[in-house]
Design a protein around this ligand. Structure first.
Ligand SMILES: Nc1nc2c(ncn2[C@@H]2O[C@H](COP(=O)(O)OP(=O)(O)OP(=O)(O)O)[C@@H](O)[C@H]2O)c(=O)[nH]1
Length: 233
């Protein structure tokens, strides 16, 4: 078993949103700079990659919370995470309403401070992202509405097009990562099933090598559902 205290600090992000808003496309774009057209999955997926933050290697884990289960509040995934990225599509009002619902619930029941924040009273960093701005002619959610919603909930706000590879999506995730305090590696949950390496290795603009993998997190119906279990080394 790997010594949890060894290695670079770890940051866990939960990406939450309705089905088809572009969560998987966004994560893969951020981690690999590549765009995947179709990546529908009805299970949560965990992506792991070492990335540089402020020149320091950080083990980034991103859970792609499947949009097929929006009838159930993703409490476990949020509790697992150090920060949450809420994604909606600017072309889909119902996806904005879902993101709003999650933000409202988080406001009423603030998640426990994560160990990564070094304190149980820390506020979890939140970001709200309106995706698919390339489809502006189909827009159903005005920018101002997204801005107002994020302000009301203390979340950062961005709009972006994952398809167009807009810089705003990288800035949004980078800012969220920067908002997480890094020092500890002690975690509440870890993961079990390593299904395979899909991401492979890439090199970013600063020449830092990134290697990563993607892990399925099987969804088990409540109440028998166990916490997300520990990732294979
Ligand atoms: N036009 C446009 N299409 C996008 C953009 N981002 C993602 N898509 C498309 O939207 C569809 C859904 O993207 P996914 O990444 O699978 O969405 P998801 O939120 O992970 O969906 P679930 O797996 O159902 O939760 C795919 O056809 C993507 O190619 C974007 O910025 N612009």
């Amino acid at each position: 078993m790997r010594d949890e205290r060894a290695g670079p600090p770890r940051v866990r992000i939960a990406v939450i949103g309705s089905s088809r808003v572009g969560k998987s496309a966004l994560i893969v774009r951020y981690l690999t700079r590549r765009y995947i057209g179709e990546y529908h999955s009805n299970t949560d997926l965990l992506y792991k990659q070492t990335v540089p933050i402020n020149g320091m290697p950080v083990e980034l884990e991103v859970i792609d919370v499947s949009g097929s289960n929006t009838d159930k509040f993703p409490a476990e995934q949020i509790q697992w995470a150090d920060a949450c990225l809420l994604v909606y599509s600017v072309t889909d009002r119902s996806s904005f309403e879902y993101a709003t619902e999650v933000l409202n619930t988080l406001k009423k029941n603030p998640p426990q401070g994560s160990p990564a924040h070094g304190s149980t009273s820390a506020t979890m960093p939140l970001a709200l992202l309106g995706n698919k701005t390339d489809l502006d002619h189909l827009r159903q959610v005005p920018t101002k509405e997204g801005q107002a919603m994020s302000q009301a909930h203390g979340a950062s706000f961005s709009e972006a097009s994952v398809a167009d590879n807009s810089g705003d999506l990288y800035r949004c995730v980078d800012r969220l990562l920067a908002d997480v305090r890094l020092p500890q590696r002690t975690r509440k949950f870890s993961v079990t099933k390593m299904l395979g390496s899909l991401i492979g290795t890439t090199t970013n603009s600063s020449g830092t090598s990134r290697s990563g993998s993607v892990v399925a997190c099987p969804r088990v119906p409540a109440p028998s559902r166990p916490p997300l279990a520990a990732a294979a080394p």
